[in-house]
Ligand binder design. Structure first.
Ligand SMILES: [Zn+2]
Length: 551
């Protein structure tokens, strides 16, 4: 009989009431594979189970994390485990050490602790058992989980040091090779390192792009068209875009160099979720690589010089695209703002919005002004619409479903409070003569649980029939803010863009190619003969914007 188990009042614990969780962490021997580590841990935990419970934990209660995510959301097995412990059938989690549950992300630590505590689940490790109803255990467990975080920060630093050393030696540590190269592993003095090997077929295309850009003085868009016309394909997409040419013309790997930290992963919070992005950094280091160059230093420098000249040509006062990140062509590519400056910097014609994929999708372009004005109209139309809805809502305030929902929500809150009170009572009197007998506690808890489930179910049904509750006043304020700012000549383009994105998630742009109409064909298009020039005119097709609001 296990003394620890007796202390925790669970000497009758059954194997089926225990969940086992296995995960490899950075503290394990890096030479071992995930499978080997999990195997080793499983056997330690199995020994414990056989010794203390008389039997192994059943297979369906064992969760093996194969992927190694930093947060709960990245680890599917821990999610399953946390759902499982909500069931009263599960009384304990068996793990090699607390840190296996969390890598120490503070939000995750809080969530895990709460779930374990309120589901009254014990955490069993071969060396110690934690009961989170107990204050000391609670603190000790929390400390252990947070230790995971310090350890993670530490290993990240160590890893980074190892990686920067590797780059400084000229190795290629990226997971994807630049177009023109393949990744390969080379052994040297008993050490292996990753580097790049020229892929001749792709490298010839890279050489051709630099030659067209520098020696033939072609623009990037023209280069795309030529490559697409020749049937040459990039790696992932079906055809070349200006952005892909731009990336190739800027990639210093082609001169036999390697970067460090050009694209550092950054965590950003968006809609309450943590997302990782890899923006291009301004301060990055360049080292001599171990790989062979495809482009000479001179040719690369000439390309950089030409690109600098191209971007410098644009005066700073130039109109920036307020619709960036909002306006997309119906083919899925973004619509970019194009300017047509004369040599002296003055405008040749009005700035236009053109699909990045225009060469392939052939969508007609529009002047920036036309689309911009249309977007302002859309905002105004929606404000008017919200005002009508708000007035309607105020008129029939007495809504039956609303009052039912309010009542159910109140009852659910009462039940949640009753549940917490029950836990607290049990914890307070633990070990005293007033201690609530386990069977009474469980039956009270189950009663609450059953009613909670009923109320939640009723709420869901009521909400299904109830019209969705919409805060029209908030919407009106938000949309008006955006509209006034869009109309203000003093507001910056980035502010306008931000406020617009507050209201509109995405606008899909669609416009047929303009048609050329002569006096003979104008009737088909319902255009008056007098409006058509004797040699024919170009007529723009109607602009269609499909808007997805952010509400
Ligand atoms: Zn398009």
């Amino acid at each position: 009989m296990n003394y620890e188990l007796m202390k925790y009042n669970i000497d009758k614990l059954l194997p089926g009431e225990v969940c086992e969780y296995l995960r490899k962490s950075r503290s394990d021997d890096p030479a071992l594979s995930v499978e080997e580590v999990l195997q080793r841990h499983a056997s330690i935990l199995n020994d414990w189970a056989i010794h203390n419970l008389g039997e192994s934990i059943p297979e369906e209660n064992i969760f093996r994390e194969i992927v190694s995510g930093e947060t709960i959301a990245d680890r599917p097995e821990v999610q399953k485990l946390l759902t499982m412990i909500e069931s009263p059938r599960i009384k304990a989690i068996l793990i090699v050490e607390p840190q296996r549950l969390s890598r120490g992300d503070l939000e995750d630590v809080g969530r895990i602790m709460k779930l374990i505590k309120y589901s009254n689940t014990l955490v069993i490790t071969p060396t110690k058992i934690y009961d989170l109803q107990d204050k000391y255990d609670h603190e000790a467990f929390e400390r252990e989980l947070k230790r995971g975080n310090e350890f993670l920060e530490y290993t990240k630093t160590i890893l980074r040091r190892g990686r920067i050393r590797s780059v400084a030696e000229g190795n290629y540590i990226g997971s994807k090779p630049p177009f023109g190269y393949d990744r390969c592993v080379v052994s040297e003095n008993n050490r292996k390192y990753h580097t790049l090997k020229i892929n001749e077929e792709q490298a010839n295309i890279v050489r051709m792009i630099y030659d067209m850009f520098v020696n033939q003085d072609l623009g990037m868009v023209l280069i795309c068209r030529k490559l697409n016309a020749m049937g040459i394909r990039p790696l992932v997409n079906t055809h070349w875009t200006r952005a892909s040419i731009d990336t190739i013309l800027k990639n210093i790997h082609y001169t036999g160099k390697v970067y460090w930290n050009r694209r550092k992963a950054v965590n950003v919070v968006e809609d309450g979720e943590i997302l990782r992005t890899r923006p291009v950094q301004k301060d990055y280091q360049v080292f001599d690589g171990k790989h062979e160059a495809i482009i000479s230093d001179e040719l690369f420098a000439a390309a950089q010089e030409k690109m600098g000249r191209l971007s410098r040509k644009r005066p700073n006062t130039e109109l920036k695209n307020v619709l960036a990140g909002v306006l997309y062509c119906k083919c899925g590519y973004s619509m970019s703002l194009k300017h047509y400056p004369k040599k002296d910097g003055s405008k040749r014609c009005a700035s236009r919005l053109i699909c990045d994929n225009q060469a392939v999708c052939h969508t007609g372009s529009s002047t920036y002004e036309e689309v911009y004005n249309r977007v302002k109209e859309i905002l105004a139309e929606n404000i008017a619409d919200f005002e009508v809805q708000l007035a309607k809502e105020k008129a029939n305030k007495e809504n039956l479903t609303d009052s039912i929902i309010a009542q159910l929500e109140k009852r659910l809150q009462e039940l949640n409070e009753a549940e917490l009170k029950l836990w607290d009572e049990k914890a307070q009197n633990r070990g005293t003569e007033d201690e609530m007998p386990e069977h009474i506690f469980r039956s009270l808890k189950n009663k609450i649980k059953i009613e909670q489930a009923e109320v939640i179910n009723a709420l869901e049904q009521a909400k299904e029939v109830a019209p969705p509750k919409i805060d029209y006043e908030e919407r009106i304020v938000r949309f008006r803010d955006a509209l006034t700012t869009l109309e203000s000549p003093d507001a910056s383009a980035s502010l306008k863009n931000r406020l617009l994105k507050n209201c509109i998630e995405r606008i899909e742009y669609s416009r047929e190619k303009p048609v050329r109409i002569s006096k003979d064909t104008c009737e088909i298009y319902h255009i008056d003969k007098s409006a058509v020039h004797s040699r024919g005119n170009w007529f723009a097709q109607p602009l269609e914007l499909t808007v997805k609001l952010r509400v």
